[in-house]
Design a protein around this ligand. Structure first.
Ligand code: FE2
Length: 239
């Protein structure tokens, strides 16, 4: 068996190990007792798997290299604290001024949980996945002019983790428009409006196009998206 093939098999195994742990937690009594019947229990699994699918598609559209296993695992685990009722960070019911800070705490918390729950994975892979989870609400690291810093991944040294982080960030944004938006509307029109603005801000044109292609039946959602697209600045990165 050549090296590339055995590496791919091993990487697939790492993903499956993590996936079975995530699914076990979603099927656990702790999870069911806390979330059964709530919207959270319907969206977690779907959202996690949707991000894996979206990130895989986005990567294949734009990159020649194989997708790093760290990205696939981070896509599955980016919101990990949402399935641990004792550890979840509340980002749903807080003051507007606290929202972005709490999102960052949620990212850090998910990275810690991921590290604790998967101690048998290779350390460099753990570090890469944690880096991606930590950045999933903001994307890759850039300087003040918008130029991306280089950060080689520890597991393979073949990828710039900041480029990789953008894929996770974009997939998460897209998922909100594909699946989360109608549920979010229940929080009220004002919250929905600012969430749409927050979600579209700084996205590259290619991602905006994908979101624009979604057909929403809801008149208010359509108006909010049209308004937001008129005002926001685009990220010049072509992806
Ligand atoms: Fe998140």
């Amino acid at each position: 068996m050549n090296n590339n093939r055995s590496e791919a098999i091993l990487n697939g195994k790492y993903y499956l190990i993590v996936e079975s742990r995530v699914l076990n937690q979603i099927n656990s009594k702790e999870y069911m007792d806390a979330y059964a019947g709530k919207e959270q229990s319907k969206t977690d699994k779907n959202h996690f798997l949707e991000i894996v699918r979206l990130v895989t598609e986005l990567w294949a559209e734009s990159e020649k290299q194989d997708m790093p296993v760290a990205l696939k695992i981070a896509a599955l685990c980016h919101d990990l604290d949402r399935i641990y009722p004792q550890r979840e960070v509340n980002t749903k019911n807080c003051q507007k001024r606290d929202y972005e800070t709490r999102k960052m705490i949620h990212s850090g918390n998910s990275a810690i949980l991921f590290f604790e729950e998967n101690p048998d994975l290779p350390k460099p892979l753990l570090h890469d996945v944690c880096y991606l989870i930590l950045r999933h609400e903001v994307g890759g690291d850039r300087n003040a002019e918008g130029t991306m810093f280089d950060k080689p991944d520890e597991f393979t040294a073949n990828y710039n983790l900041n480029v990789v982080a953008d894929y996770l960030y974009y997939a998460d944004k897209m998922s909100f428009f594909y699946s989360g938006i109608h549920e979010y509307k229940k929080r009220g029109k004002e919250k929905l409006k600012s969430k749409i603005l927050f979600s579209l801000k700084g996205l590259p044109e290619k991602i905006i196009e994908k979101i624009r292609a979604v057909r929403f039946e809801d008149k208010f959602i359509n108006e909010c998206i049209t308004d937001a697209l008129r005002t926001i600045a685009r990220n010049p990165r072509p992806l």
